[in-house]
Ligand binder design. Structure first.
Ligand code: DX5
Ligand code: ZN
Length: 230
């Protein structure tokens, strides 16, 4: 059974998001196929080598969809841009632990804007680094990177599911979002370890049947019967 408690957040990173027609079709398609939000990967060319888009595109997307806007900031010193993304319509703003001088201060800034606050850890950052931050009660979402941030289409790094489990052990209530290298096949173990927001770019936008792919990522569909133990 596909679980209603699992949220699917397709990332537009692998589509031609600068083309308005492509973007409109993609947003309409994911909404029709059962996505709960849209994942927006902001890269500044400093925290990660690649550069993508900024709050202007987020603002434009707000006018194109009624899906929640799940903004993943892969930017250095995110405190300087929180207000821009809140005003652009973000529902979730996630910043990187590695990119903040004072993560707690940045999470407070996000909450002050009435936006859900997320903190992300890259593969090299141990889950334990978040234990004090989780105790503040400021965190709505922990985003576990399954790959090194910066590009879609990479293979998940071993140990990512265990990292999800470690965080679930520390906090039973927080949303755990897994991002990078998620496939229809590995999504099952990630959910079982406690992930409840699943991000994917390629496994959704390159699927033959988007509706079926989203259903599978939610925990329903044929493939989950086949790969129960993976
Ligand atoms: C990578 C991004 C991801 C990316 C995932 O830095 O944060 O959101 O779009 O792409 P896939 O699902 O193709 O690995
Ligand atoms: Zn992302």
């Amino acid at each position: 059974m596909a679980s209603k408690l699992i949220r699917i957040s397709p990332s537009i990173l692998c589509i031609d998001y600068n083309n308005d027609d492509v973007l409109k079709v993609a947003l309409r398609d994911i909404e029709k196929a059962g996505a709960n939000m849209v994942h927006l990967d902001v890269m500044d060319g400093k925290f990660v080598p690649n550069k993508t888009f900024d709050h202007k595109l987020v603002n434009k997307i707000q006018d194109m969809t009624s899906l929640m806007l799940d903004v993943h900031l892969m930017v250095k010193n995110p405190e300087n841009v929180i207000a821009d993304y809140a005003e652009a319509g973000a529902d979730i703003i996630t910043v990187h632990y590695e990119a903040c001088k004072d993560p707690i201060k940045v999470l407070k800034m996000i909450k002050d804007k009435n936006v859900l606050a997320g903190i992300s850890i890259s593969p090299q950052t141990p889950a334990l680094k978040l234990s004090d931050i989780l105790k503040t009660g400021l965190v709505d979402v922990v985003l576990v990177m399954g790959v090194n941030p910066g590009a879609s289409g990479q293979t998940i790094i071993p140990g990512s599911a265990e990292k999800v489990a470690e965080i679930r052990d520390m906090d039973k209530k927080v949303y755990i979002e897994i991002d990078g290298g998620v496939t229809l096949k590995n999504s099952s173990i990630l959910r079982r370890m406690g992930a409840n927001i699943i991000v994917s770019s390629k496994a959704i936008f390159e699927a033959k049947n988007m509706r079926k792919a989203i259903k599978t990522l939610k925990g329903g569909g044929f493939i989950n019967k086949l790969f129960k133990d993976i």
